[in-house]
Design a protein around this ligand. Structure first.
Ligand code: R5P
Length: 290
């Protein structure tokens, strides 16, 4: 087995595999990507590690790599994509793109046979991707930190009903018996708004979600919790995209701790701005290709 890491993912590589190879991806002066393999791959099964973030750059590098490996005779390609971009486009709406199905077509067409990810956005993504998909749960990583940071007495809160199962998995992994809660969320012309809380709250809350992108969802969620008397808020998100500046309002609101994982390079960068970085390496250690 040979494992390749897209640029930015080399640190995860050492956790996942015994045989490693860096990917010498370069650009021609006009911006086109080019790749020259440095080892023989014929007859091997391969894992390519990367995330679909930033989408244009990383996705193209992934597709070019898979296509090159296939043309050089590998027997199987597994894409280990800790963050599976486009998964939020998982509903066919009139006139709108169905990004995750499109992504599935692209991956298959370049020879990728299996996808492994972490904390996929929704359960029905697998069917739309039309590729065997395994999603690893980060619950044990978050649970260990809840214990370490002495947050086991905080109320676990999902920012919407869709995130409830994710939140429950963290509670189970942490041995928290208190029921988890969620907020009712609605989209408005101004963005996201939160209302009624279903389930118990106390003075401390930990919000668990899959993605922090612009931060709009969590800012709205935090405001609502504070309105309801929560004094100490911790945020735990699997994929820290940190797009733009709006997420920094979490700090202005007095959020005590923001945790994310190293599934995307942007998360590592945010660590220099006080975001606490947890590693998903324990989840992928010893992972074998299918
Ligand atoms: C929504 O369903 C997702 O789970 C995230 O809550 C959302 O995508 C986060 O986006 P943003 O940070 O831009 O509000």
């Amino acid at each position: 087995m040979i494992t390749f890491a897209l640029p930015g993912f080399e640190p995860l590589l050492s956790a996942a595999v015994s045989v490693r190879s860096r990917l010498p991806i370069e650009r021609f002066p006009n911006g086109e990507l080019t790749l020259r393999l440095k080892s023989e791959v014929e007859g091997e099964s391969c894992v390519v590690i990367g995330s679909v973030a930033p989408p244009d750059e990383q996705l193209l590098a992934l597709l070019l790599t898979a296509d090159t490996l296939e043309r050089h005779g590998v027997t199987a390609i597994t894409a280990l994509l800790p963050y599976l971009g486009y998964a939020r486009q998982d509903k066919l709406k009139r006139g709108r793109s169905l990004g995750i199905a499109w992504l599935g077509r692209l991956l298959s067409s370049c020879g990728i046979g299996h996808v492994v990810t972490i904390d996929v956005h929704s359960p029905h993504v697998a069917g739309l991707l039309e590729l065997p998909l395994r999603s690893l749960s980060p619950a044990s990583v978050f649970a260990a930190e809840l214990n370490e940071a002495e947050l086991l007495d905080a109320a676990l809160v999902a920012p919407d009903e869709g995130a409830l199962q994710r939140c429950q998995s963290v509670a189970e992994a942490a041995g928290i018996e208190a029921p988890v809660s969620y907020l009712r969320k609605r989209r408005t012309s101004a963005g996201v708004a939160h209302g009624e809380v279903v389930g118990p709250l106390n003075a401390r809350a930990v919000i668990v979600d899959d993605i922090l992108d612009t931060g709009q969802t969590l800012v709205s969620c935090c405001r609502e919790l504070q309105r309801r008397g929560v004094e100490d808020i911790t945020v735990m998100v699997t994929h820290g995209l940190f797009t733009g500046e709006a997420w920094k309002k979490l700090r202005t609101l007095g959020v005590s701790r923001i945790y994310t994982t190293d599934t995307v390079p942007s998360a590592t960068r945010a660590a220099s701005e006080g975001v606490r970085l947890l590693s998903v390496r324990p989840l992928i250690e010893g992972l074998q290709p299918v």
